[in-house]
Design a protein around this ligand. Structure first.
Ligand code: APR
Ligand code: ZN
Length: 233
């Protein structure tokens, strides 16, 4: 019997670090059209605009710091007796900055990807059209972000972890985007207990055995203390 905990995080866990979410009131998708900045076609038609969008987010993400929600998850991963797998939809590196290891299913702002040879390298702060690949030298560098219509990364290993989960927790995600929004169902199929931690009910809140509402910086540390059997510090 596994005691593996699988955690899925979304933009809500980075909100209190100053990074915008997507679908909240003045979220990113209220300012930009997805079809202009987050699809392969957008990049083909106007690479400059797409790079500009990610350059702004990369700069903001690089200047941001993890919050107590990120730190609590890193503490859980370091102290829990069994495995704690953190899968994130976020492309910032705040989980890593708090000392956690994480699976990025939607890519990372800090990486650049060559669409010709698949090579990845550390993205410069600003990227421009026809970025040269350091490996094959083609001018085909792009942000290493999974755009709408593309296949998320590491899905095989994520499914394997979900099959072994005894507890699945979704934190700070609206449950609007698949396949991430379907993870709770996969976990339930193997009998895992499921918890949603969010500022307000997501569109899939009813799929969870338990829901806890409030800001991640408050709710996540309290939940981690419970799991680690610690009295609230
Ligand atoms: N604490 C906890 N939850 C919060 C907080 C907070 N301080 N602030 C906002 N939230 C919640 C919101 O209530 C919302 O349910 O975080 C969620 C953010 O939802 P989205 O903006 O839709 O972000 P996310 O679910 O991560 O989006 C998934 O969609 O656009 C794509 O690739 C993009 O990874 C992204 C994916
Ligand atoms: Zn290349």
């Amino acid at each position: 019997m596994h005691n593996k905990i699988v955690i899925l995080t979304g933009a809500g866990i980075s909100a209190e670090s100053g990074l915008g979410t997507f679908r909240d009131e003045n979220g990113l998708w209220s300012k930009y059209k997805i079809e202009d900045v987050a699809t392969p076609k957008a990049f083909k038609n106007n690479p400059q605009r797409v790079h500009q969008f990610y350059n702004e987010r990369r700069k903001q993400a690089r200047e941001s710091l993890p919050n107590s929600g990120h730190h609590a998850l890193a503490r859980l991963q370091a102290n829990y007796a069994d495995e704690v797998i953190i899968v994130t939809q976020n492309v910032d590196s705040l989980h890593e900055k708090s000392g956690a290891t994480v699976i990025h299913m939607h890519g990372e702002l800090d990486n650049a990807l060559c669409s010709s040879c698949g090579f990845r390298w550390k993205a410069p702060l600003e990227m421009f059209p026809e970025e040269f690949c350091p490996k094959c030298t083609s001018p085909t560098g792009r942000p290493d972000i999974v755009w709408f219509g593309e296949v998320p990364y590491k899905m095989d290993s994520i499914s394997k972890h979900l099959l072994e989960a005894s507890l699945f927790v979704a934190i700070g995600t609206s449950g609007e985007v698949y396949p991430a929004a379907g993870f709770v169902q996969e976990a339930k199929l193997v009998g895992a207990y499921t918890i949603e931690i969010n500022l307000e009910p997501s569109s899939i809140a009813s799929n969870f055995a338990e829901t806890r509402f409030g800001p991640a910086t408050k709710i996540v540390p309290a939940w981690v203390n419970e799991i680690l059997g610690k009295s609230p510090s």
